[in-house]
Design a protein around this ligand. Sequence first.
Ligand SMILES: Nc1ncnc2c1ncn2[C@@H]1O[C@H](COP(=O)(O)OP(=O)(O)OP(=O)(O)O)[C@@H](O)[C@H]1O
Length: 235
Amino acid sequence: MNNCVIALANLNKSFVNGAGGNHVLKQINLAVLSGEMVAILGQSGSGKSTLLSIMGLLDSADSGQYHLCGQDVSTFSAYQMSQLRNNHIGWVFQNFNLIADMTVAENLAVPLSFNPEIKPADYQTKISYVLQKVGLSDKTAFYPNELSGGQQQRVAIARALICQPDIILCDEPTGNLDSSNSDNVMELLCALHQEGRTVLIITHDPAVAAYCQKAYKIHDGEIAEVSSQEFKHAV
Ligand SMILES: Nc1ncnc2c1ncn2[C@@H]1O[C@H](COP(=O)(O)OP(=O)(O)OP(=O)(O)O)[C@@H](O)[C@H]1O
């Protein structure tokens, strides 16, 4: 399938911990098409973050196949993985993960500095562009602790966008926000989806899933699609 950006086939992941083995992901099959906005639901500990980490090339599966943008990642070196990650994926985390002693502009420059093709002379234009997109053009010189939680998450979304990835992976993006800031962040993610980006959101919150076109649920290590009636009515 040409427009399939994330394709997982028979993927397995286990962890060994104090209690023995834990088979967290069992024979996962999933296809995410270019431009889709997809939620992955599941209770705490069901394996959502583990799955997202594998999709975002921060972790690897024990067995099975993963094709990202048509490329079989199992054959890739660590360097090739980081290239693929930098070129295609932007991350948004629950805790924002901004660097506390850097201003907003300095935080946004960090991913740019990992890309040798982007000249430092172009940083300012790119920073201004993404800050305008998230409605925070006046916060360039602020430090994270001078911003509200919702504003910090919008900076984190700006950081995810700055290298122009086609896929945005979000790990509980509204988990630390009140309902008004959650709506604001979800509307921003919807706008990015409308522009054609693929957006994947893991959440335990049906209200977040209701913004998505499609939802899957992880239960007992297995993944299944949830009908739109089910996840939109749960709100
Ligand atoms: N590095 C690790 N070592 C051992 N066990 C782990 C590790 N990472 C995750 N696990 C286990 O895998 C299971 C799934 O964890 P994961 O963080 O993926 O769940 P989750 O659905 O994202 O949970 P939450 O909603 O609470 O964030 C849990 O039982 C967890 O203890």
